[in-house]
Design a protein around this ligand. Sequence first.
Ligand code: F6R
Length: 241
Amino acid sequence: MKVIITKDYEELSEKAFEIMAGVLKKKPDAVLGLATGSTPVGLYKKMIEDCKNGGISYKAVKTANLDEYVGLTPDNDQSYRYFMRHNLFDHIDIDLENTNIENGVASDLQKECERYNALLRTLPRDVQVLGIGANGHIAFNEPGTPFDSETHVVDLTENTIKMNARFFENEKDVPRRALTMGPKNIMEAKKILILAVGANKADAVKGMLNGPVDPALPASILQRHPDCTLIADEAAAAYVK
Ligand code: F6R
């Protein structure tokens, strides 16, 4: 895995944008695998700024997001569909029809997972953006998720519910389940860009880079990807030699 350590979040977002822009300049109709959460917001701001200034166009771009909470409608401001519109899609020239995310309010969640897996087979990702959980999760693949899993329904761990409570008024409002791409879908991307910010990610980053490849730390599977770059700020990279 290639490792880039940056002095701060601004530099991390700039480096991430350079890699994203490199993919899009080579392939204007690229398929982007996208993540939510705090970490990629700086990257998305750079993409917006650049697009507004006449840079990269997203007219031919398609996207597939990693995950969505179960039970939140797209207009719920805590849903990941809403997050993506608010933090990226509504501010660039992308066609919303070309953006994809699991439907967390599907009446049959199992069927929805099958639909999304079938869709992903038609949308090979040129680059996949990831954040990392303090427990080493990628997307909502919590510790113990088999590496060969595809999109599935997950029960979120207490740790993840607590971490994500900061986005909700009350911890009890955090959905307990989500739909998520599995490690297998993630590993199919041609290029992976994993971003890590803050001291609370330092242990997970260390385990991902140096620990055994083990489902106990889902991000460790990325050691086996042929083109994966970690960009971490100094705090998240505290234990990286
Ligand atoms: C988000 C996602 C999660 C986050 C991770 C880190 O789509 O799949 O795995 O990337 O929980 O979240 P933040 O960036 O908020 O620290």
